[in-house]
Design a protein around this ligand. Structure first.
Ligand code: NAP
Length: 337
């Protein structure tokens, strides 16, 4: 069995482009006992992958030049030497940007396509959905009647944050880029208000959408959105810092005055809680509850999800770069084969 792989060719400066990646086809090794061979059907593209292209110190090691790009995948078992998995079974694995792979049977999770579409294991019922659930409930702790604000609101994390906030009785305000995404926030995901961070009057829109201030700001983006949001924070506001996508392609510090003194003053005088997190730290404490609650909410339609499916592994590099610019509309998944 051959696999076509997309590997890291060179570290990007700024936006990744075609020169960042290289494509290689090679034969897979023989199966050993306890292993399965997989035909990869879907690949998840996620913002964290940008961090792995850089040698900047982070919570996870960078990829080396020549490594296969990492990523969550849904694969179909082709051949099995692992008890409990048969050809035709679908599994969640971490096989990366390639068309086929060998995996240890005890490192994959079997999926049941009759319960939910297998792609949801990469989105609302997978890592991004869990990020929203654990980050919002553990750090954001929204209370009934409070205002929760989230940007990248139509993505898998942001859309789940807004909908879970509403389930908990809070008012959800979504931020997204462009009129189509803004419409989806209220019409598809049920946000109470939606605003466009690309609009020239964004700051005015934010003020109008948050008449009682902001109690929880689930931070997905940083940059100009954070600058505007922080001025509307209420006393005791909580900020789960989940992602800072506005910064991921930066090659130098952003222009403009240093805002640190103002921000520290606000943290002090408004008793703000700002706490970063990586979702995996909550697996033990919140994993079971997530499977129970999110499974129920998605099953009942209380939590809806949107997927943006791109056809063909060869289109993964451009789709990935596009996501960092906001071109995806929903959870970005590549249909590999
Ligand atoms: P996503 O929303 O599907 O895609 C990223 C979105 O970010 C884009 O579609 C774009 O949406 C928005 N964006 C890009 N540049 C922006 C900018 N300068 N200002 C404002 N918005 C911008 O991604 P996701 O998978 O749900 O991830 C959302 C965030 O969560 C990311 O920051 C990611 O790194 C983070 N994350 C963290 C963890 C963790 O463990 N801490 C786990 C998963 C994800 P618009 O067109 O609407 O602007």
């Amino acid at each position: 069995m051959d696999t076509t792989q997309i590997r890291l060719a060179q570290r990007p400066v700024g936006e990744p482009d075609a020169s960042t990646f290289t494509t290689v086809t090679e034969a897979l090794p023989e199966l050993a006992d306890g292993q399965v061979s997989l035909a990869i059907r879907y690949l998840s593209l996620d913002p964290y992958m940008r961090g792995r292209l850089s040698t900047a110190k982070s919570y996870a090691d960078p990829l080396e030049i020549g490594d296969v790009m990492i990523g969550g995948t849904v694969g179909e078992v082709v051949e099995s030497r692992f008890d409990g998995l048969l050809p035709g079974d679908f599994v969640l694995s971490y096989s990366g940007w390639q068309t086929a792979a060998i995996a240890d049977g005890n490192q994959v999770r079997k999926l049941d396509p009759s319960v939910a579409p297998v792609t949801t294991a990469l989105g609302v019922l997978g890592m991004p959905g869990f990020t929203a659930y654990a980050g919002l409930l553990e750090i954001g702790r929204p209370k009934e009647g409070e205002t929760v604000v989230v940007a990248a609101g139509t993505g898998p994390v942001g859309s789940a944050v807004g909908q879970i906030a509403r389930i908990k009785g809070a008012r959800a305000v979504g931020i997204a880029g462009g009129p189509d995404k803004v419409r989806a926030l209220t019409e598809d995901f049920g946000f109470d208000a939606a605003i466009d961070h690309r609009a020239p009057d964004f700051v005015d829109q934010l003020r109008a959408a948050t008449p009682d201030g902001i109690d929880v700001y689930f931070e997905n983006v940083g940059g100009a959105v954070f600058d505007a949001v922080r001025r509307r924070l209420n006393t005791y506001a909580r900020i789960p810092v989940c992602g800072l996508i506005a910064n991921y392609n930066l090659t130098s510090a952003p222009e403009g005055p240093d805002q640190m003194a103002g921000l520290m003053g606000q943290i002090l005088t408004k008793s703000l809680t700002i706490r970063g997190f990586i979702q995996s730290e909550f697996t033990r404490s919140h994993g079971r509850d997530f499977v129970r609650d999110m499974g129920e909410w998605v099953g009942s339609g209380q939590v809806r999800y949107l997927e943006d499916v791109v056809d063909g592994l060869e289109n993964a590099p451009s789709a990935f770069a596009g996501m960092l610019r906001g071109e995806n509309f929903g959870k970005l998944v590549v249909k590999v084969g």
